[in-house]
Ligand binder design. Sequence first.
Ligand code: PAF
Length: 292
Amino acid sequence: MQTVTDPVEMQTISEKLRLGRQLIGVVMTMGALHEGHISLVKLAREQAGTVILTIFVNPTQFGPNEDFHRYPRPFEQDAALARSAGVDYLFAPEAGAIYPEGFSTAISCSGVSDLLEGEKRPGHFSGVATVVTKLLNITRPHLAVFGEKDAQQLAVIRRVVTDLNIPVKVVAAPTMRESNGLAVSSRNIYLTAGQRESAGAIWRSLQHALDRLAAGETGLKELAEATATMIASESGFRVDYVAFVDEETFMPAERALKGRSYRILAAVFADGIRLIDNACFASPTHIAGEEA
Ligand code: PAF
């Protein structure tokens, strides 16, 4: 595995790989690698001959009161994990190489960015869209793998890639979970053992909502409210939001219609530590009580 820190050097390497007809897959991360990231690398490996992993804790996607400064940065450990996962190139630039003096461009993607995480974390998705576009331009991959755990981020990236005609295939990777259902995340290291155990309630509650949908309930707003109440009953937990969106448009959805898919998304503070998760439900082509 070769470590690269200079964007121009990374572009030159990718250009040579492309000329040599190598299929390039990229996995973008902010480091603090865990088995979720490794599963993204495996997926990239299956579909591409060369895998680039990027590590960059992107300052522009953190709000002023968020955890940018204390975000874990175990670089040596990350590099060892990346190497053993079969990464070919580790691209780990300094902030100044990505945002040099005078940098003044930002990508803003409206609609899909406006609600949920976008509403709660103003500027977050502009920071993500800008850095992802830069990293795509630097690594020049044929495919880029992103985790479904950040479902709204994935939707924003798909939108940006489509709207800006970026020639890359966006591949979604399923969420890795701990044995109690808690979505694997770099931020889980902030949780105590007890909080980690209680946080399994988020996934259980989302699953419960999907079970009720499968049983024929169609009122998504009511179901989201009931799910929020269920999660909030865990001691020390505060719900930031629980909401359903239409899986195709990512717009808010209040009632399940037959033949459409919906995603329930949740953001929860577990004693101040913010966790997100989501689950998708495909409505059957016939819903009880609805006319054919
Ligand atoms: O999902 C993440 O880790 C980040 O948002 C990403 C895509 C690497 C951009 O900084």
